[in-house]
Design a protein around this ligand. Structure first.
Ligand SMILES: Nc1ncnc2c1ncn2[C@@H]1O[C@H](COP(=O)(O)OP(=O)(O)OP(=O)(O)O)[C@@H](O)[C@H]1O
Length: 424
C-alpha cells in the first residue's frame, strides 16, 4: 500500500495533513498516537471508508478508487473501532458474512466456504460460540467474532482499529498472537491502530507515530518509542526499558501528578553512586531511576549489562574498555563521582584483578554512607586470593555502613540515609 500525500478534513477541520507512508506486503504495522491525533481517520482513508480531499492511495499498484467493492473486499478486510451488527444473527452466520465477496447472488453456500469459516473460527476460538446470538457475547468474544469475519474474507491486508480495546490482558496478547501467526505463517499484511504502546512495540515491525494529523516518527519500535518522542507527542513522562528476551522496548508511565513530583523532587537532591558489574545492578538501577534518584555508576566495562542499562537510563557512568582492567584515569573519574554522592551502593559483584580497584577505592571514603549487598558471601566472589575479602572486612567495620542480604531492602535503607541527610 502506497499512501501519497493524503489530506482529509471533516468540514473545515483538517484532520490528516499530507501524510505519505508505505506498507509493504507482509508488514505488521502499528499506528499509534494520542487521542484525536487522526489515527482512525487515517485508516478509514486507507480502507476507502473515507476519501481523501487531496492525495491518493495505491493498493498493489492500483488506485484504491479503481477497485470494485467486491474486488476490494477480497483484498482488504477491516475491523473497525465500533462495529454495528444486526443482533438477530448468530455467530456462525456473522462469520459466514465474510465469505460474501466470494459468493454469487442467491447461490448456495459452498463446501469450501464452510471449511474456511470453520478454520477461522478455530483460529479465533469462536467455534464454541457458533450458535450464540451476538448480543449474548462478552465484549472480548464479540471482538474475536468480528476478527473471524474479517479473516473469512481471506484478505491480503487486514486493518484493525483498536482490536484489543475491550479485551482483558490474556485476550489482548492472544489476539496479537493470532495476528502474528497470520502475518508470519500466511504472509498477511496487517495494520493495527492501538493505544497499547507495549503490545505495538512487541508485535509490530514498523510503527507510525501520529501527531496532529501528521507522521511524527516512523520506524522500528526501538526507533519510534523513545522517551523523548513519547514526551513530545503525549506530554507524558515515561521510562523506556528493553525487554531482555525480545530486545523490544517496554514503556512504563512514570507518576505524573504534582504530589508525587514533590516527593521525587526531594529524591533528586539525594545522589547515589552504584558500584556494580556483571548485571548485578540492572533491576536496582531501573527501580531507582524510576523513582527519580540522582544516580551515577562506575567503573563499568563497556557492554556489560549494568553499563548498558546505565547508558539507556542516562546515568552518569565511568566506563572502562570491554573486558579490560580499570585504568588509573578511570579511578580518578570514579573518585570524582563518589565524592559528589550522598550514598554508595556496592552490589554483589565478583572481584577479580580487573575490577578490584572498585573495592579498593572505598577505603578512601571512610565517612561516606554505604550500603553493601551481601546475599552472597564475599569469599565466594573473591577471585583475587583473599584480597577482596580482606578489604571488604576492613570496610564493613564502619558505622555508616549497612550490610543487607536482600535486595528488596535496599530502598528502605536508602530512605533512612535520605532522612538523615534531611534532618541535618
Ligand atoms: N465524523 C466526524 N465528524 C467530525 N469530526 C470528526 C469525525 N470523526 C472524527 N472527528 C474529529 O477528527 C479528529 C481525529 O479523530 P480520529 O478519530 O481520527 O482520532 P484518533 O487518533 O483515532 O482518536 P482516538 O485515539 O481518540 O480514537 C478529532 O478531533 C475528532 O473529533
Amino acid at each position: 500500500m502506497q499512501v501519497d500525500k493524503i489530506t482529509f478534513s471533516y468540514n473545515q477541520n483538517k484532520v490528516i495533513k499530507e501524510i505519505t507512508m508505505s506498507v509493504d506486503k507482509g508488514d505488521f504495522v502499528g499506528v499509534i498516537g494520542p487521542n484525536a491525533s487522526g489515527k482512525s481517520t487515517l485508516i478509514k482513508n486507507l480502507a476507502r471508508t473515507l476519501q481523501p480531499i487531496k492525495g491518493v492511495v495505491y493498493l498493489s499498484n492500483q488506485l484504491l478508487n479503481k477497485y470494485s467493492a467486491q474486488e476490494l473486499a477480497k483484498k482488504m478486510a477491516v475491523v473497525p473501532q465500533n462495529t454495528n451488527i444486526d443482533f438477530s444473527f448468530n455467530v456462525y452466520d456473522i462469520i459466514m458474512m465474510g465469505r460474501t465477496p466470494y459468493q454469487k447472488r442467491w447461490s448456495k453456500l459452498k463446501q469450501s466456504d464452510r471449511k474456511i469459516v470453520k478454520q477461522v473460527m478455530e483460529l479465533t476460538d469462536t467455534y464454541k460460540l457458533k450458535d450464540k446470538i451476538i448480543n449474548q457475547l462478552s465484549g472480548g468474544e464479540k471482538q474475536r467474532v468480528i476478527i473471524a469475519r474479517a479473516l473469512a474474507q481471506q484478505p491480503e491486508i487486514l486493518i484493525l482499529d483498536e482490536p484489543t480495546a475491550s479485551l482483558d490482558i490474556n485476550y489482548q496478547a492472544e489476539i496479537y498472537d493470532i495476528l502474528e501467526y497470520l502475518n508470519l505463517k500466511l504472509g498477511l499484511t496487517i495494520i493495527t491502530v492501538s493505544h497499547n504502546l507495549n503490545l505495538t512495540a512487541q508485535y509490530c515491525q514498523k510503527i507510525f507515530l501520529i501527531n496532529s494529523g501528521q507522521i511524527y516518527a516512523e520506524g522500528t519500535a526501538v526507533e519510534v518509542l523513545t522517551a523523548k518522542n513519547i514526551a513530545q507527542v503525549y506530554q507524558a513522562e515515561v521510562q523506556v526499558k528493553k525487554n531482555k528476551l525480545t530486545q523490544k522496548p517496554i514503556i512504563t508511565l512514570l507518576p505524573q501528578n504534582k504530589l508525587v513530583d514533590n516527593v521525587n523532587a526531594k529524591s533528586k537532591d539525594f545522589k547515589i553512586h552504584v558500584i556494580a558489574g556483571g548485571g548485578t545492578a540492572v533491576d536496582m538501577l531501573q527501580q531507582l531511576s524510576s523513582l527519580n534518584y540522582n544516580l551515577s555508576a562506575g567503573v563499568l566495562n563497556s557492554g556489560d549489562a549494568d553499563w548498558q542499562i546505565a547508558v539507556e537510563l542516562g546515568i552518569e557512568v565511568v566506563t572502562a574498555d570491554p573486558f579490560a582492567a580499570i585504568k588509573a584515569e578511570e579511578v580518578i573519574a570514579h573518585k570524582k563521582l563518589i565524592n559528589q554522592s550522598d550514598l554508595i551502593i556496592l552490589t554483589e559483584v565478583p572481584f577479580g584483578y580487573g575490577n578490584l580497584a572498585n573495592l579498593t577505592i572505598l577505603q578512601d571514603f571512610p565517612t561516606k554512607n554505604k550500603i553493601f549487598l551481601a546475599g552472597q558471601n564475599i569469599k565466594k566472589r573473591d577471585y583475587v586470593k583473599g584480597k577482596a575479602e580482606s578489604i571488604w572486612n576492613k570496610l564493613i567495620d564502619g558505622d555508616n555502613l549497612r550490610l543487607i542480604t536482600d535486595q528488596s531492602q535496599v530502598l528502605k535503607e536508602i530512605k533512612k540515609f535520605e532522612r538523615l541527610k534531611m534532618e541535618r
